[in-house]
Every structure is written in C-alpha cells, then in structure tokens.
Design a protein around this ligand. Structure first.
Ligand SMILES: C[S@@+](CC[C@H](N)C(=O)[O-])C[C@H]1O[C@@H](n2cnc3c(N)ncnc32)[C@H](O)[C@@H]1O
Length: 260
C-alpha cells in the first residue's frame, strides 16, 4: 500500500491488501485496450495526502458520524434495497466498497452473495470495520483495506463498485473523484456501479424563524439598538450554505432538477 493517509493498523488485517486470488476473469472478456488503460491508471502518481485529507479522514474516525449515517434509515435502507435488487448480478461476484466506513454496505453485499468484497476505508474506523466483519464471520469474504482507494492495491478486476459518496448538496465532500479512480483502476468493462446516477433537486425555501433569530435579533439587544450589525448579520447568515432540517411549509416552490 502506498501513500501516507493510514494512521494505524491493527495486526492481522490490512496486510491482505492485494491478496485477491486473481481469478477475476470469470467469463467477462477484458479488451487489451481496457487492460492498457488500467495499467496507465495504476502507473499514474497518486495525489499526495494533504492536511485537508487528514482532517477529513480524522472526522470519519469518530463514532458519531457513523451512528448518524446508519441511523438515517432512508439512506441506509436505500443502499440495502439497491444492493438486494441487484442480488442476481452481485451473487458470486467481486465487489469494491469505496469508503466502507463501518463496513455496513460491504456486509450487505456479502449477504447478497458476493464472492469477495474489498472494503476500502482510509480513516481509522477501518479498525472497527474489520472487527465487525470478523464478528459476523465474514472474514473469508470481506477484506478490509485500511487506506485510500487511490493507494491500496487490489490484484484483480472487480464486477461491482458500491459507494456512499454523496455529501451535502450531493457533491460537497468531493468523494466522487475517488469512486471514478476506483472505476478506472479495477472495474471490469460493463461492470456495475451502485449508485450510477444521481439527480439534484432544488427549491426555494423560506426560514422566518432563522431570519429573525440571527438578523432581527440585532434590532434590540438588551434594549440597545444594534441595527448597525444588520448588514454584517445578513451577510453572515446567508453568505454561506447552511445545512438544516426544515418543514414542508418552508418550501415555497416545487422542486426543480438542478443537476443530473
Ligand atoms: C459517507 S461515508 C460512508 C460510510 C459507509 N459506506 C456507510 O455507508 O455507512 C464515506 C466514507 O468514505 C471514506 N473515504 C472517503 N474518501 C475515501 C478514499 N479516497 N479512500 C478511502 N476511503 C475514503 C470516509 O473516510 C468515510 O468513512
């Protein structure tokens, strides 16, 4: 494994990186052009791990964010449903889970009959993912690779890529690039990517409580007129994107497709 984004490793795992048995050629024809392209991809120098990456992966090493993601039933069950809807394709195949976190999607794939799942995770939560895989007696199928998808080695082609790469407003985390790198490095021609497309809807909203809480607030502070703060408060409140839960009454227009 190359690259410097791995902070620690637990004995007994991760060292299997790239120990696939190389029998990926199960009847799917691979053109020499494709092989050449993959070779080129492998030879490309990988982007070094920046301080930003380190902070990002450190964030994902904490339990809270994984709890929040997994408790989001719409998110987690959508992925599980998609995996089981493709069970006929996944059964007996090789899968890469790009950014496996606790390993939940990798385990769904194993339950759907995948022959082998490479669960790649750069943050230290990979240590827990490996323990979870062991506790569920799936170590023969799910191989946890602790490192960036850009750096780990997998010595076989894969049939399926699964990844939960979507951030706020779809692209916020910029993780899609890593899924594309995984595709170019390992996916067989015609292989399956879950999800393979996404639609971003946008709608106008209003949020009067928030407006009055952070803008109107300055009109009268302990009886003092602090309206001089209004322009700054408006700039600060609406100058940056904000992630909040709102009720349906706050949505002013029908959603429109913003991007596909
Ligand atoms: C949105 S979380 C999804 C976690 C898990 N798949 C789930 O559904 O609960 C994305 C995960 O991908 C990991 N990740 C992001 N970029 C990565 C990369 N280039 N290589 C390996 N892991 C990455 C993050 O550390 C994080 O744990």
């Amino acid at each position: 494994m190359a690259g410097g984004c791995v902070y620690s490793r637990e004995d007994g795992y991760g060292d299997d990186a790239g120990n696939g048995d190389g029998d990926g050629g199960d009847g799917v024809s691979t053109s020499s052009q494709w092989k050449e392209k993959q070779q080129e991809e492998r030879e490309k120098p990988t982007r070094p791990c920046t301080d930003f990456d380190m902070a990002y992966f450190n964030f994902y090493s904490h339990v809270g964010i994984h709890e929040e993601m997994i408790k989001d039933r719409i998110r987690t069950e959508s992925y599980r449903n998609a995996i089981f809807q493709h069970q006929n394709y996944i059964a007996g195949k090789v899968v890469v889970d790009v950014g496996c976190g606790t390993g939940i999607l990798s385990i769904f794939c194993a339950q759907a009959g995948a022959r082998r799942v490479y669960a790649v995770e750069a943050s230290d939560i990979a240590v827990q993912a490996n323990k979870i895989v062991k506790a569920n007696n799936l170590s023969d199928k799910v191989i946890v690779l602790h490192g960036r998808v850009e750096d780990v080695e997998i010595d076989e082609e894969v049939d399926v890529i699964v990844s939960e790469w979507m951030g706020y407003i779809l692209l916020y985390e910029s993780m899609l690039g890593s899924v594309i790198i995984a595709r170019d490095r390992w996916l067989k021609p015609g292989g399956l990517i879950l999800p393979s497309n996404a639609t971003l809807y946008m709608a106008l909203v209003t949020h009067p409580d928030r407006y009055s809480g952070s803008v109107d607030f300055w009109r009268n502070v302990y009886g003092i007129d602090m309206s001089a703060m209004l322009p700054l408060a408006k700039q600060s409140a609406f100058g940056e994107p904000s992630v909040e839960s709102i009720t349906a009454e706050n949505v002013l227009t029908l959603p429109q497709v913003g991007m596909e």
